[in-house]
Ligand binder design. Structure first.
Ligand code: RIB
Length: 312
């Protein structure tokens, strides 16, 4: 591993427009909601914030519009100490996500229009080549064009940088992408959509993880919400329980919290199981708060939670 413990996140920024409603409307119906908030979102950006707050030295690679949403992002990165040296810019609008939160069922539905970040090119990723090559970890998700994600993963792997792919949202992927993943971090539905295997218990998680390892992934961390995370590689099969930080308020962005925390722990040299436990604590705290990026905990909160939680 590189001595420099920098984490590069290659991913999306969009503004999250979150609507809380007691029960979802049906098609054609208008319903009064109970609250509305606009805030920073996008899986890449959320993971960058989670990693920075968890103690990581983070560089975020994306593309933003020159508009108020783009400015929201730039302000956030200034406040969080995230390196913005490789954020490209476009005159096209920054994207947005409509997040509908059903308060009765505790579920959400999201529509994302990625906008400016989806225009990022492989040339723009190439501009970050030196920074990527001298980092410990590259983390990517699937809210950028898959060809750009694959390019970034390949660049990192070629330089011996550890790669994490959070395959969210679920999309068909080329077979060539799997061997570029040191760590793949799907949730249950993403693992099912990639493998065709139903994942609703640990046995299903293991079958799906085996299928992903057979495609060339080196380590699978399959996140299972309140059931924690299932880990598998050639030498390890393990289940790490969720870390309970209190009543669940909103789960949107929990996967991003996990991935940001996981990247920090790996960059610090923690082993697979320890890194997953640290990441579960980051996610555990994030779900006790509203919002996505704003719900990410600071390092001292994560450490306090881990210190007060017996190892499962
Ligand atoms: O993972 C949660 C994120 O997914 C939200 O912030 C939203 O922007 C969508 O990209």
């Amino acid at each position: 591993m590189n001595q420099n413990n920098r984490i590069v996140v290659l991913g999306s920024f969009v503004a999250d427009l979150a609507f809380h409603v007691e029960t979802l409307p049906v098609w054609g119906e208008t319903r009064m909601g109970s609250s509305f908030a606009v805030g920073p979102g996008g899986k890449g950006s959320n993971q960058a914030v989670a990693a920075a707050r968890a103690g990581g030295n983070v560089c975020f690679v994306t593309k933003l519009g020159q508009d108020s949403f783009g400015e929201m992002a730039r302000k956030l990165y200034r406040e969080e100490g995230i390196d913005t040296g490789f954020i490209a810019s476009t005159t096209h609008p920054t994207g947005a996500a409509a997040i509908i939160l059903d308060e009765k069922r505790g579920e959400n539905a999201i529509i994302i229009v990625p906008g400016a970040c989806f225009e990022i090119t492989t040339d723009e990723v190439d501009r970050a080549r030196e920074v990527i090559a001298s980092s410990s970890i590259l983390v990517a998700q699937l809210e950028l064009p898959v060809s750009v994600v694959e390019h970034g993963l390949r660049m990192a792997r070629t330089s011996g940088v550890t790669t994490i792919l959070n395959p969210a949202p679920a999309l068909p992927l080329p077979e060539s992408i799997y061997p570029l993943c040191d760590y793949l971090t799907p949730n249950e539905s993403e693992a099912a959509s990639m493998t065709g295997i139903i994942v609703d218990d640990l046995a299903g998680a293991e079958r799906a993880a085996d299928a992903l390892l057979a495609r060339g992934v080196r380590n699978v961390a399959l996140t299972m919400g309140a059931n924690g995370v299932f880990l598998k590689n050639r030498n390890l099969t393990a289940h790490v329980p969720a870390v309970d930080a209190g009543a669940v308020v909103e789960t949107t962005g929990a996967g991003d919290a996990f991935n940001g925390g996981f990247a920090v722990a790996l960059a610090e040299g923690k082993d697979f199981r320890e890194a997953a436990r640290f990441a579960c604590a980051v996610a555990g705290i994030s779900v006790t708060r509203r919002g996505t990026a704003p719900s990410m905990p600071q390092r001292d909160e994560v450490e306090a939670l881990l210190a007060s939680t017996p190892q499962g």
